[in-house]
Design a binder for this molecule. Sequence first.
Ligand code: 5RP
Ligand code: MG
Length: 218
Amino acid sequence: MSLPMLQLALDNKSLADALASTRLLAPEVDVLECGTILVCAEGMQAVRCLKSLYPNHIVLADIKAADAGSILGAMCYDNGADWMTAICCAPIATIQTALAEAKKRGVERDVQVELTGTWTWEEATLWKEAGVRQVVYHRGRDAQAAGQSWSDEDLSKIRKLAGMGFQLSITGGLTVDDLPLFKGIPVKVFIAGRAIRDAQDPAAAARAFKARIAEIWG
Ligand code: 5RP
Ligand code: MG
């Protein structure tokens, strides 16, 4: 099982604030996420800026696209995103058109289906048939704030998605102490935002994630 990567979710409310985080943290992580909140605040210039400053990092635009897959896909990729997200309730046509934009630009570009909210196994089969390789299993920020914790049901869905052949990112208020829950699952990326950015020593917090990942999956 290969070592899961670490993604920093930049859900900052301004680009200046996000760049203060990346100055400290880019060397500690594998993927830089232009978070939904940051894209809403600053638009595609945030994606463009992250990729031009950090060309060797994977840059993800977490736009959670629900429609206009072709236009939004082209917009993300042409501004430097390697990966973008589409929300699980998007019509399959949106996912297909975003994937087509990714494919036009090479095999490394990708669309992740963001599993925030409700979805079905029938839809998961459709994503697979459409050529989706990656899904993001997400305990939503608001669901977490309302007290939802990681459950056995989450873990069994995550295992089933892995069994279907999806590459998995896991996120949603993750802390280092949550990592052992996912032991034995071939996770591609762990995504953390607040647990790293808001830590007293953010670089040490990122290193703690990396060290625990290496301990469990190494
Ligand atoms: C919210 C998101 C966040 O980027 C994701 O939840 C990671 O951030 P945090 O670790 O702070 O929860 O996509 O919709
Ligand atoms: Mg995000």
